[in-house]
Design a protein around this ligand. Structure first.
Ligand code: SAM
Ligand code: SF4
Ligand code: F3S
Length: 568
């Protein structure tokens, strides 16, 4: 069901680049401006990305579109002709961040009348489209996540002078979930295939690549807005994913992360094929689906792991996936994790609560016992695996005893990292029918208590690495503090920058001449700070761990670059 025709903005007026000019550019009729040749005619853009890895991957596609039609990246929001805000709506705070920037955006628009602001991501939901202009008054155009492939088209940037013609495989339509119009995910897989074939995915890193494998979410977690912002699940065809992984390997990426809201359900909506006859992934509990003969995540991991270099080792040395839903975590997946040398010894497995009644109210479909059993099996199959989780405190009706049960489970399961948040009611979600009866102060207190408890657990887990030599994939030069969180750090000011962080190196104490502070991750996803030559960014190095904190490790180089121990 299509609810509204796609709106197309008037072409961006010309000459909005902040550069000294000797003469004013001639007035241009907007109707013909897109056909005028010249590089300066396309706007410079800045994409402000909030939220999860899926949003980061989507932003890479949007940047690819804009670059393909001749736009250039602006060094900051303040200097851009076009600002694209890729929003998150998982909690009220995430949306409030963007609402809070409307005043500053309005100021920028007064200073630069041609500035266009596009708002997209999970903050744009069909059912609330009529209220968007009121909540985000500085925004010119709103695109749902599934409408993002149409960004350049709707900005009327696709034109005769564009070096690459933007082809749409299909355009967005709406679909209905629980009686509400939501994003459609059907066309996203073919559109990604087209974007890849036309070189229109501008990856933000040359070390680690995102690879979406399934769009949307079919789960019904009662607190969660994602099914309403991203629509129902759609798996990308197996061969498309493999082809993209091969390209990523050929381009020399060291790390690949498969993305989906629930990667464990990958493939259930694809047609059965003879070549997958050996696969029968049953749901571990709850509803049983006929999944015979369809590819699953385990098959994907094995096939990507089988892409080998001339040395016979996996061409992509580190393979990760996120996020796993405990209900769909199959034995086949656990076996693949254990047997594929490139699959990292790390798993993100959200538990959300340590109490069965709360889990049921959250619509999570598993029990604590089921979760325990899955985790024990993984730890058995992959000794030493690091595990992280998500927890919500103060969900509707959570008693003190139920919260204590969550603390006990954290103590018992000894996570490496916990991402915890206080429950935030989200418009249109089923939980709105329940009473949000845990007072804000109680939510805050529970959250602080949980984080404090986890801090000591995390510290203990990290201390196990002291004195060991580990492989660290150097990801970046550590920027000065104000650059650490571009979401928060005055994202609309000139400090917020598209430049690689290596543009602002920080000298590292006694590390020696030419050494800079750097950070990278181990296969277990431990953040490690070290000092070294900037040329090491993107390289695997061996680091001796000499300090452990609750959230990160610190060490010194013992050898660089080196062969990875796990793959050797
Ligand atoms: N698909 C993943 C899963 O199965 O857990 C998580 C995706 S969700 C975007 C990321 C996390 O945000 C969730 O695991 C949950 O802990 C948290 N979250 C989602 N909705 C929330 C809400 N209304 N209030 C607080 N936290 C929420
Ligand atoms: Fe949200 Fe649940 Fe889907 Fe995760 S699995 S995105 S928490 S509905
Ligand atoms: Fe946020 Fe949407 Fe991701 S709500 S966490 S950006 S899927």
């Amino acid at each position: 069901m299509t609810l509204r025709p796609p709106g197309v903005l008037a072409p961006l007026p010309l000459g909005h680049i902040d550069m000294p000019r000797t003469a004013e550019p001639p007035a241009v009729d907007p109707a013909v401006s897109e056909f005028r040749p010249g590089a300066h005619e396309t706007p410079s853009f800045f994409i402000w990305t909030l939220g999860c890895q899926m949003n980061q991957s989507d932003s890479e596609e949007m940047a690819g579109q804009l670059l393909a039609v001749g736009c250039e990246r602006a060094p900051s929001m303040a200097l851009a002709d076009l600002i694209v805000i890729n929003t998150c709506a998982v909690r009220e705070h995430a949306e409030a961040k963007v609402i809070g920037r409307q005043g500053r955006l309005a100021e920028l628009k007064v200073a630069k009348p041609g500035l266009r602001v596009v708002l997209t991501g999970c903050g744009v939901r069909e059912s609330e489209r009529s209220g968007l202009a009121r909540r985000f008054p500085a925004v010119d155009m709103f695109l749902r996540p599934d409408e993002e492939p149409e960004l350049a088209l709707r900005l009327a940037l696709v034109s005769a002078q564009a070096p690459v013609g933007l082809k749409m495989t299909a355009t967005a339509a709406t679909t209905v979930v629980s009686g509400r119009p939501v994003s459609a995910a059907d066309h996203l897989a073919p559109n990604r295939a087209t974007a890849l074939s036309e070189g229109r995915v501008a990856r933000s890193s040359s070390v680690s690549a995102w690879l979406p494998i399934v769009y949307g979410c079919d789960k019904t977690c009662t607190y969660c807005i994602v099914p309403f912002s991203r629509g129902p699940e759609r798996s990308r065809p197996f061969d498309d994913i493999l082809a993209e992984a091969r390209d990523i390997a050929a381009a020399g990426f060291q790390e690949l992360t498969l993305l989906g809201q629930n990667v464990n359900s990958y493939g259930h909506d694809l047609p059965p094929e003879e070549r997958f006859e050996h696969i029968c992934t049953e749901r571990s509990s709850g509803r049983k689906l006929d999944l015979q003969g369809r590819p699953d995540l385990a098959e994907l991991l094995r096939s990507i792991d089988a892409i080998r270099g001339a040395d016979g080792l996996p061409a992509i040395r580190r393979l990760r996936f996120i996020t796993s839903h405990p209900w769909d975590l199959s034995d086949r997946l656990i076996e693949a994790m254990a047997e594929c040398p490139s699959v990292c010894e790390n798993l993100h497995l959200p538990i959300q609560s340590g109490d069965d009644e709360m889990l049921q109210r959250m619509g999570r479909q598993y029990t604590v016992e089921h979760y325990r059993e899955r985790l024990a099996r993984i730890r058995d199959a992959v000794p030493g695996i690091s595990v992280s989780t998500d927890v919500i405190v103060g969900f509707c009706g959570e008693t003190e005893g139920q919260f204590q049960a969550t603390l006990e489970v954290l103590e018992e399961l000894q996570y490496d990292t916990v991402f915890a948040a206080a429950y935030s009611p989200r418009p249109g979600t089923p939980a709105l029918r329940m009473a949000d009866d845990v007072p804000a102060a109680v939510k805050r207190r529970r959250l602080n208590e949980l984080l404090a408890r986890q801090e000591s657990i995390g510290l203990e887990r990290n201390r196990e690495w002291l004195g060991r030599d580990v492989e660290v994939l150097v990801e970046r030069i550590t920027p000065p503090r104000r650059h650490l969180d571009p979401d928060d750090a005055d994202a609309l000011d000139v400090e917020a920058t598209n430049e690689p962080v290596s543009a602002v190196p920080q000298m590292y104490g006694s590390a020696g001449e030419g050494s800079v502070a750097m950070a990278g991750r181990t296969r277990h996803n431990k953040l490690v700070h070290l000092a070294g030559d900037p040329a090491l960014v993107g390289q695997p190095v061996r680091v001796h761990i000499e300090h452990a904190g609750p959230f990160a490790l610190r060490g010194h180089l013992v050898e660089a670059p080196g062969e990875p121990d796990v793959l050797a």
